[in-house]
Design a protein around this ligand. Structure first.
Ligand code: GLV
Ligand code: MN
Ligand code: MN
Length: 427
């Protein structure tokens, strides 16, 4: 379709649309890097599998003629330097959880490339550079905290501390970056973009259930992660009377139950998860010596999240006393709820409406790199439906028609943000 010219004689991207087959082909090609049964991928951050995914995306950036830069925390940026000024940035991540789907993160990165290729092909040049970011270790499955690459990019953690982060397998982040060849030279913290907008699957059930195509994401709920280590007395399972046990497995189970009950009692947006339980020595006939569990606690309201953390801490003190175990808690991540820039959220909602889509303003339940970029520049996100709300699972699925709708909203949003003067957007 040929580009239109508006009343100011400024070329407009409206009417130009992304190529669905090209987007689908890249999603499938990246999905086939380290595939797992059921159609997903496993690319834990900074593993050989992550390197393979990075190499593929970087080669696509090079093929498009983008300026490719890698920074000191391994974030990759592909920038179309088509105009002067700071870029409008999009992007996401391509690392996955161990049971990753094909869309979480990948969609945002590849839709960004698709937006740029679409504009290039149409002969349309935005008023500012456009940049696509691939942020390191968004998932936080291997290294905590999550969103570490974008956090470092905005100066939320020093590069030294970030590089010294240890993986769940004991590896040092900086060493892994060097090993896979992504210890780049671009500075961290990095330059502040003009604006940031991230396209992502919802990873929850709401859009599909309500028959809505586009989520205009107005914020991200707060995240509290901790690792809890319970130490008791290892002993013989057959000979140790129940009343003499100091059993970390029982305490771990009690914490799981307490979290479920706490979330039910608090209601609203409160969610609590125990995603990891390690028992040692983990044998059928031994009362364990140690249990290590992780707690993931989230709320859109900081006060309520603080309250949940307090209740959990009291419960841990109480059960440690009752069961004669010691409990140590280590903070893995803590991010307050984030409110996105209202003007960018409005822009997404308006463009989605102009495209004829139903729109829902909504917070994100998952963490995203956009919440870090929101600390330094006007930022927001676009969501598309996730089938049955399933994510962090190989069965993750979004219909092509929704993937295409989201990418086209991204296209026009980036175009419009590039036309705006800095005074037209916050901060
Ligand atoms: C990141 O995927 C998260 O856990 O929200
Ligand atoms: Mn993601
Ligand atoms: Mn994820």
């Amino acid at each position: 379709m040929s580009p239109q010219v508006n009343e100011n004689m400024r070329p407009t991207a409206r009417g130009v649309r992304i190529d669905p087959a090209r987007l689908r082909a890249r999603l499938d090609d990246l999905g086939e890097v380290s595939p797992i049964p059921g159609g997903g991928s496993c690319r834990l951050a900074l593993t050989d599998e992550d390197r393979a995914g990075r190499d593929v995306v970087r080669s696509w950036m090079v093929d498009l003629g983008l300026r490719v830069q890698v920074d000191a925390i391994g974030n990759i940026f592909g920038t179309w330097e088509c105009a002067p000024g700071t870029p409008v940035m999009t992007g996401s991540h391509i690392d996955t959880v161990r049971t990753g789907g094909r869309y979480d993160g990948n969609y945002g990165v590849l839709a960004g490339l698709e937006v740029i290729e679409t504009l290039m092909t149409a002969g349309l040049t935005p008023s500012r550079p456009l940049s696509v970011a691939v942020f390191t270790n968004e998932e936080g499955a291997r290294f905590q905290p999550d969103m570490l690459g974008s956090l470092a990019y905005v100066g939320g953690v020093s590069i030294e501390a970030a590089l010294d982060t240890l993986a769940i397998d004991g590896a040092r982040l900086g060493d892994e970056l060097s090993r896979i060849g992504y210890n780049g030279s671009a500075p961290v913290p990095g330059p502040v973009p003009h604006a940031f907008i991230e396209l992502h699957i919802e990873q929850g059930p709401l859009l599909e259930a309500e028959g809505v195509t586009i989520g205009a994401v107005d914020g991200v709920q707060g995240i509290s992660w901790q690792e809890v280590t319970i130490t008791g007395q290892s002993n013989h399972a057959g000979t140790t009377p129940m009343h003499l046990r100091r059993d970390p497995a029982f305490v771990a189970g009690s914490i799981v139950v307490f979290l479920r009950e706490l979330a039910a009692e608090m209601g609203g947006n409160q969610v609590c998860t125990v995603g990891k339980i390690d028992l040692s020595p983990n044998l059928v006939n031994v009362v364990p010596a140690v249990a290590k569990i992780t707690l993931d606690v989230r709320n859109t309201d900081e006060e309520l999240l603080l309250g949940a953390e307090r209740r959990i801490s009291e419960f841990l003190d109480d059960i440690a006393l009752r069961e004669a175990v010691t409990i140590q808690s280590r903070r893995l991540a803590r991010f307050e709820p984030v409110v996105f820039d209202p003007e960018v959220v409005d822009l997404v909602a308006t463009i989605a409406g102009d495209h004829g889509h139903s729109v829902k303003r909504m917070p994100s339940g998952a963490g995203h790199d956009a919440q870090m970029l929101a600390r330094v520049c006007p930022s927001a996100m676009i969501f598309v439906p996730s089938h049955l709300g399933i994510s962090h699972n190989a069965a993750e699925h979004t219909d092509d028609v929704d993937l295409v709708a989201g990418a086209n909203v991204l296209l026009d949003s980036m175009w419009e943000l590039a036309q705006r003067e800095p005074s037209g957007v916050r901060p």
